[in-house]
Design a protein around this ligand. Structure first.
Ligand code: DON
Length: 578
């Protein structure tokens, strides 16, 4: 099979690349040499791929007992809120794409957080009119009105077969009985201790009574979170928005000068949206529409790249990386200018995703030289920060596929636990433009279209994506990674369609990223120094930094075999087939 043959080529190529730094991708490179790691997990009846093995396990159990992919996805979403509190959440929001082969429909549930009613354009600026990042990241006002509970409940109600109480049961058990702490969990809390310990409510949940750290191998219980989940199971999703949980959130806000009120919570509802649709070399691409920028720009970049014979140009060759980076720069420049919540602003979506526009943009690309970002547009970038979101993909043999990305923005969001309710609040308000031209934590620039307005959703990069082949679900993917989400997802799609990789190779292969500003190609370990030198000769600045994204993905082969690729960049990632 071509995909498996390519694995061998990739193995040899990556062996030749072996660099020096001992990061995750490097570890993966040597695993490739051993020959086994890059084989996908397979299944006959379905597949789950999430960033935590306990969430994968409970989702798998749902499928095994006859639940569908949406039942499994909602169960996984709640389980991740317990087992991976740095990004799994009920205090945040996200997007879920659902493809139903039988009806041919692909729909998107937008459960992104909303700005509270009292939010205003300059709320994250000081008196001099400068953006103050601390305000939009580490205070009670950093939090948008959470959408996760309403969004997951809506998915279950419209497409699932289980009750909400059934979908919540594994999460409740994991919170109540606890689970054995994996190293990644302990390390995350150790790294973020200074930030998290500032809040008594957060200390109480995530650190021992004497303030010391939980260690890997110990059991971790969350009684307050278990009680919150039980209330939701007993009373339904509106409990979070109008019941005791809402009261606890409003009380937390009031005690610390936050503007979010009980009325904001009661007013929150998710929206069903039409995903962005495009085509790439005959495949149908469905990805998230605004308020995410992900769908618009993955389609835009694919349209530009369709004009090149990427397969012949070679995987991660300098020529391929060059045209990818040029496409990325142009897409991210448009993102800064045009993208925002379409409930509030007009976004020229049809134009951005049209083949004709892509032809125009492609014509600007010099095959031999980098176009400086300053010639594409201007801005003032900030360096990247390390952060966390989580993506999962689930598919079943009834023709349902789910691609879900949700987040509280930073690892552990704002760092603030709602006292007595046991969950962390997001700091998604930082995804608004605090001021036109002021970058957010990912160095992303925004303008008028993404200014803070009451009840508006902040622009996102989350890109849950479903690719269909001749009407059948084919590739289910997406990723965390802030600004790098769109390009990470793009590369999984290209690795499969252009380079014929199996899903594990497509997910594991070294990635690159350009976001227009800063004007640099960011690369993972695993790109050869020769390639870097060629790129530098074309005028690029090349910067090697830590691994990007965690693209838990599924590919369904033509014969119906489900193949899963868990991303080795997260040590708890797990794909399970059935
Ligand atoms: O919605 C967004 O685009 C960001 N809040 C996502 C943040 C993220 O992916 C963090 N990390 N890995």
């Amino acid at each position: 099979m071509t995909r498996y043959r390519l694995l061998r080529t990739l193995t040899i190529t990556i062996a030749l690349w072996s660099g020096s730094a001992a990061n995750v991708v490097m570890a993966q490179s040597s695993a490739i040499l051993e020959g086994e790691r890059f084989h996908p997990v397979v299944g006959e009846h379905g597949m789950v791929a999430t960033s935590h093995y306990l969430a994968s396990q409970v989702a798998h159990d749902v499928l095994e007992k006859g639940g569908n992919a949406v039942d499994a996805a909602v169960t996984a979403g709640f389980a991740l809120a317990v087992t991976q509190p740095r990004s799994g959440n009920i205090g945040g929001g996200g997007f879920m794409l659902i493809s139903d082969e039988k009806s041919g429909k692909v729909i998107a549930i937008d459960y992104r957080e909303k700005a509270p009613a009292a939010a205003y354009e300059t709320m994250f600026q000081n008196e001099a009119g400068d953006a103050v990042p601390r305000l939009s990241r580490f205070t009670h006002n950093a939090s948008g009105v959470p959408g996760t509970v309403a969004g997951l409940a809506m998915a279950l109600d419209q497409f699932g077969t289980m009750t909400l109480a059934e979908a919540l049961a594994p999460a409740i058990q994991l919170a109540e009985d606890g689970f054995i702490i994996p190293p990644r969990f302990a390390e995350g809390l150790a790294q973020s201790r200074d930030r998290l310990k500032q809040w008594a409510s957060t200390r109480k949940v995530f650190y021992k009574p004497d303030g010391s750290l939980y260690r890997a191998g110990q059991r971790f219980r969350q009684p307050d979170l278990a009680a919150t989940l039980k209330r939701i199971a007993a009373k339904g999703p509106r409990e979070f928005y109008e019941g005791e949980t809402a009261r606890l959130i409003a009380k937390e806000m009031k005690a610390h000068g936050g503007i979010m009120t009980a009325e904001d919570l009661a007013a929150y509802h998710p929206s069903i949206r039409e995903p962005v649709h495009g085509t790439y070399r005959g495949y149908d691409i469905y990805a998230m529409s605004p308020p995410s920028s992900g769908g618009a720009h993955i389609v835009q970049m694919l349209n530009i790249l369709e004009g090149y014979d990427i397969h012949a140009m070679g995987f991660n060759s300098a020529r391929t990386i060059h045209v990818m980076a040029e496409a990325m720069k142009r897409a991210y420049a448009d993102r800064a200018r045009y993208l925002g919540d379409t409930d509030f602003v007009d976004v020229p979506l049809a134009g951005i995703t049209s083949k004709a526009y892509a032809n125009e943009l492609r014509a600007e690309i010099d095959p031999n030289r980098a176009t400086p970002s300053s010639e594409i547009a201007a801005g003032h970038p900030l360096p990247y920060e390390s952060n966390e979101t989580t993506h999962f993909s689930i598919a079943d043999d009834s023709g349902l596929a789910v691609s879900n990305t949700y987040t509280i923005n930073f690892s552990y969001g704002s760092g603030i636990v709602v006292d007595g309710a046991g969950f962390l609040l997001n700091n998604e308000m930082d995804d608004f433009s605090a001021k036109p031209g002021a970058p957010n934590a990912y160095g992303l620039i925004g303008g008028e279209a993404n200014k803070v307005e009451p009840a508006k959703r902040m622009l996102s990069s989350m890109t849950p994506t479903i690719v269909k082949k001749q009407g059948k679900n084919f590739l289910i993917t997406g990723s965390p990674g802030g600004s790098r989400i769109i390009t990470t997802t793009l590369q999984v799609v290209m690795n499969v369609i252009d380079h014929g990789m199996n899903i594990q190779s497509a997910v594991s292969a070294p990635r690159i990223h350009h976001q227009w500003l800063p004007d640099e190609i960011r690369i993972e370990d695993g790109i050869s120094p020769d390639t870097m030198a060629l790129l530098e000769a074309m005028g690029y600045e090349v910067s090697q930094q830590e691994a990007m994204g965690a693209a838990q993905s599924i590919l369904i082969e033509d014969d119906g075999t489900f193949t899963g690729g868990a991303d080795p960049r997260r040590s708890t990632s797990s794909a399970i087939g059935l």
